[in-house]
Design a binder for this molecule. Sequence first.
Ligand code: NAP
Length: 497
Amino acid sequence: MAPQYDAIVVGAGFGGMGAGIELDRLGLSNFLILEREDDLGGTWHVNHYPGLAVDIASVTYSYSFEPNPYWSRLFAPGSELKKYAEHVADKYDLRRRMRFDTTVGGARWDEERRHWVVSVQNGESLTARYLMAATGFLSQPYTPPFPGIDTFAGKIIHTTAWEDDFDLTGTRAAIIGTGATAVQLIPEVAEKARALTVFQRTPIWVVPKIDAPIPPAVQHLFARVPLTQKAARLVNTAALEALMVVGVLHFKQAKPLNKAAGILAKAHLRTQVRDKETREKLTPDYDFGCKRPTFSNLYFKTFNEPHVRLETNSIDRIEPDGIVTADGRKTEIDTLILATGFNLWDVNFPAIEIIGRDGRNLGKFWRDNRFQAYEGITVPKFPNFISLNSPYSYSGLSYFTTIEAQMKHMARLFGEMFRRGEQVFEVTEHANAEFLDRVTDRLGSSVFYGGQCSSARSYYFNQHGEAALLRPTSTLNAHREAVTFPLDDYTYGVESA
Ligand code: NAP
């Protein structure tokens, strides 16, 4: 019996939309994109806290084949990303194949029928020849289990569930967390709140943000002569690449560059924060790049404000009217903002239960045998399964470089399978093991293993202490491999390896 769909894509963010566009190009147009949220855009739909903006320049943070000449700033605000996602969905006719408010519980490979059976939480079962997981990396919000949090009598708000009509004016607010989200949000909250206490566990490296509006004349130039925007993209991407490849991945060989980034961030802090003790508290004691650094011209300055306080004592418990720290002091608040990020390694890899050939459970396999995926996209014993948010898949600093490398990988893989007149593919154990050895070896030179990262508490590391998120190659190399990987790294047809 033929399956209902050519493919089911889980997730309607930029990754899932990229997969959809590639499926159309491959002639597999009968696909469905299932989305847990009530609209498309992934991260850019879920997040709409004040201050949200991209932290990779917009010329680079977009599909190369669908440039947007009309970004209002070098670093566009979140609402423009959401609009861009809507534009892409409409232009590539993806919307009619999306189903919202649809939570996928799991998926199971049916060996006999050679298709995937996808279970939706409303009890429905759907079948598809191919399954694509595009559930993102930062899609499972994390709330730490602070004792007493349930007793808090005021307003609690996680940054992923921002209520746009919630007025912070005159509140006594606390923000827990000092990651990239908090860095954007803190100056905005400080503007409205009567008192703001920021609870920091680990300081973050922050460098200046070279941001400015893009004048209409430049926008029109980008629209009229797309080559100009392409050139801007190339320059910006090359700079990011140098930072990533030289400063982070080749840390051992190029320590001075990494150190220079740290010096820049410290100088930024010195010029922005007056109080020495606060500056010391805001200075990381781990190497630059161990966790994702961020850009801001406003964050540090906020701590000069008389009504803003940085608290570095650890949180002991939450009471109905405040937060008690380990030194026994209580900070009285009425609004508790959780900028506590996401859980990647316990619940996100994979975000749904996926059972492959011979009953192999992907989550269990990864946890018991190291996190791994061939070229960051396929896994042995999971035929016809494309995992877009895999260990070792994230290459470069802009997520779009990863998405587009994966689209190219899909094109080469499916092209070969069709050429052979087959419908089933599976990566070989050998190719997968060889890729894992290769990335493990390369990571040896990176800041993650060569630097001082033990105090960073970075989500780049998994629960086994492995830096298994980023693909340790240049994006050029990732793209080259996507179009040149050995075709016999896969088996095609019924007799899967
Ligand atoms: P995050 O980087 O994981 O930060 C979470 C924060 O919560 C950290 O400061 C963490 O402290 C703190 N925290 C967690 N549990 C805690 C506990 N039990 N007690 C005290 N503090 C606790 O999350 P995020 O800020 O949401 O950013 C995640 C990623 O999203 C970023 O790295 C970036 O890639 C992306 N992002 C991008 C943009 C953009 O492009 N515009 C904006 C925002 C976010 P520890 O560090 O000590 O664990």
